[in-house]
Write a protein that binds this ligand. Structure first.
Ligand code: C2E
Ligand code: CA
Ligand code: CA
Ligand code: CA
Length: 279
């Protein structure tokens, strides 16, 4: 029965792509795609609100499907999690990202942030530490800052494994961002326990800037909380100049959204970095 729900869910969210109709099992189809190396990284710049320069990029997975074209992650990440494929997919993605960036260091400012979305299940697996170490070994120390984005919708519970994992990640210099902040239920204690470095305010709050004062108040409360916790803020889904102005006036340090750039493949990213060297 749950399989039916998965299929219905995938259909409801799907545009023209219907993974579950054309394959015997979505799990089998995803596995095939993984082995064929069809999951590829796209990159969206994160902009420094003060200086306008590119502070780093977020890696966003795409499925380069042989017949369907580019498939967005909302269509396949939930299935990948269901079928226990998200960990090997992320591992492969990290290798791709490392390959994309390792030879291009001269085009990046030192301290450039590279963030990767990591699912909660992955944080129960100590191999993540080795994967991050291997990733960082491709770069001179300090040149790249690796950031793991953990969504607030999947709370990570503290266990012996996670405690050890987060301590080791910290030793490696890996930073932690809480993604989709405001949509979940993380408490102050939670944010302290996992020694979070960044809060990424969910897009749904950013879009409130254009709306009436009441919902804007909700965003202001979130900003207030983050400021008091002294955490660096990233606003996602910034689409208008008004939003940009509002957020930088309130001290949000990093901005990300279509106003600045869409997610793009590596080649386009490096071209953009060349065209605007101050980026
Ligand atoms: P997210 O981590 O919250 O990523 C931000 C999403 O907002 C991305 O959608 C991005 O393309 C989109 N976005 C950025 N700026 C704007 C804007 O100005 N306006 C609007 N309307 N949207 C904007 P995308 O790439 O489709 O990814 C959707 C979600 O899929 C991500 O949400 C993340 O939760 C998940 N995801 C993507 N890649 C991975 C991955 O490698 N691993 C895991 N576990 N999840 C991933
Ligand atoms: Ca994210
Ligand atoms: Ca996000
Ligand atoms: Ca989000």
């Amino acid at each position: 029965q749950w399989l039916l729900f998965v299929i219905l869910g995938a259909l409801a969210g799907a545009g023209t792509y219907r993974l579950s109709l054309r394959s015997a099992s979505p799990g089998t189809e995803l596995k095939r795609a993984l082995e064929a190396g069809e999951f590829v990284p796209y990159y969206q710049p994160v902009v420094d609100a003060q200086h306008g320069c590119w502070h780093g990029v977020e890696t966003l997975m795409r499925w380069q499907h042989p017949t369907e074209g580019l498939v967005s992650p909302d269509q396949f990440i939930p299935l990948a999690e269901r079928f226990d494929l998200i960990v090997p997919m992320t591992r492969q993605l990290m290798r791709r990202v490392r390959e994309d960036f390792a030879g291009r260091l001269e085009q990046l400012p030192a301290g450039f942030h590279l963030s990767i979305n990591v699912t909660a299940a992955h944080c129960q697996d100590l191999h993540l530490v080795d994967e991050c170490r291997e990733f960082l070994e491709a770069f001179p120390v300090g040149h790249i800052v690796l950031v793991l984005e953990l969504t607030e919708r999947q709370m990570i519970t503290s266990t012996a494994v996670t405690d050890q994992l987060f301590a080791k990640l910290r030793d490696l210099g890996v930073r932690i961002a809480i993604d989709d902040f405001g949509t979940g239920h993380s408490s102050l204690a939670y944010l302290r326990e996992f020694r979070v470095d960044f809060l990424k305010i969910d897009r749904s709050f950013i879009s409130m800037i254009d709306s009436h004062a009441l919902s804007r108040h909700l965003l202001d409360n979130i900003l207030d909380l983050a400021m008091r916790l002294q955490l660096a803020l990233v606003a996602e889904g910034v689409e208008s100049l008004e939003q940009r102005r509002y957020l930088s006036q309130r001290g949000v340090r990093y901005l990300q959204g279509y106003l600045f750039a869409l997610p793009m493949p590596a080649e386009a990213l490096f071209t953009a970095l060349q065209v605007a060297p101050d980026h």
